[in-house]
Design a protein around this ligand. Sequence first.
Ligand code: UD1
Ligand code: CA
Length: 455
Amino acid sequence: MSDRQITAVVLAAGLGTRMKSDVPKVLHAIANRPMIDHLMETLQAVHTDRVVVVIGDEMEAVAAKVAPHETVIQERRLGTGHAVITARDAIGGFDGDILVVYGDTPLISAETLGRLIEKRRAPPDPAVVVVGFRPEDPGPYGRLITDDNGGLEAIVEARDATPEQRAVTLCNSGVMAIDGTALNGLLDRLGNDNAKNEYYLTDIIGLARADGLPCAHVEGHEDEFAGINSRADLARVEAIVQNALRVRAMAEGVTMTAPETVFLSHDTRLGRDVTIGPNVVFGPGVTVGDRVEIRAFSHLEGATVGDGALVGPFARLRPGARIDADAHIGNFVEIKNASVEVGAKVNHLTYIGDARVGTKANVGAGTITCNYDGFFKDHTDIGAGAFIGSNSSLVAPVKIGDGAITGAGAVIARDIPSDSMALTRGPHTVREGWAKAFRERRAAEKAAAQAKKKS
Ligand code: UD1
Ligand code: CA
């Protein structure tokens, strides 16, 4: 391990015009997390000592998001070189390694960054090391021009390249590591005499070489450099990340019947021997224990599911749902801010909100906790082993004691003591033969009326 420090400079001043959004580009989410956070986590993984984020005007939301990391504002967007020049005061007279990454290219891996830093520090101590990649379509990317010894000679932007240079397939990802002691001297000499009249950061390679300083490159995978300029790009990157999350989950012992239809969040935690059916969606903040089965078309968010539980098909677990071990949550059941304790069953067409369902309680089909009166949300407490009859309304605040039974179709608005039975139906009356007599009388009346009309 080297004791050289690393300062990362994140370029994120781009306007993101093609996103057609009021939200700064780098705050758009991938796997339910702002793309800038994906990048910040990767930087943390390579032990950067400092991060300076270059943002544009009116991007306070980005500054707030990355705090306590520093931000500098690049008021006029004059190119990637100019963006780094803007960060120069914040970087100060730093003699460690400067890592440059792009905020809108968040999939760079810690592994590639690690190799980049290693190469920067290894003999012959190159002033700049660039991450190259070989995209399917090199089209608009800058090209890495290498010499016979594999050293990096220059980066030429596609617009400024000769046809011969454009034929090079090794492209500039934009990610680079720069020796801090060389940086200032190189930035001082950047010009903007090029096709875009911008200060290209890429020009520091040619400048370093002219000074006799070696430069080098490492290669990364194309997927790491999928940049985001539009909503279509965002969806493409989402697909890459989703695929990686599925592959990781399966590698850790999760069975997925149709992985391409399962959507995960960056923080989804799944235990061993979990089975996930088709079309299941995990919002942020879900933790699932071992041996859980989540059946098709379920949606989970901010929920915890204990070992051996069964969820779905068509279940919805909303924030604050805690499903304990071996509990069953069935079809068309919604659980919000409620705990369903060990072995309890809530199997059909039910809303449980702001509640506790005790151990081994059984909640009948069509039960609704009426938790909201338009002003306050109140709690419903269902005791251990209680049995709630089908099609019941439990009007909160209300407490059903352990082992109590409520009859079907009840509206329960008062507490029910343990082991008692509550019924709220009217008296049940049966009139034998009444229906038959009714039909006969009405049929006779109708025939008489028709006969009178004809005469
Ligand atoms: C840049 C590289 C190109 C490389 C490509 C990879 C240069 C001159 N060119 O081109 O070789 O193949 O990236 O995607 O570096 N930014 C700022 N301030 C600015 C300009 C840019 O913060 O003034 C940020 C952008 O927000 C973006 C990144 O820098 O995150 C790259 O800028 P962009 O304009 O997309 O660079 P390219 O022209 O694509
Ligand atoms: Ca770009």
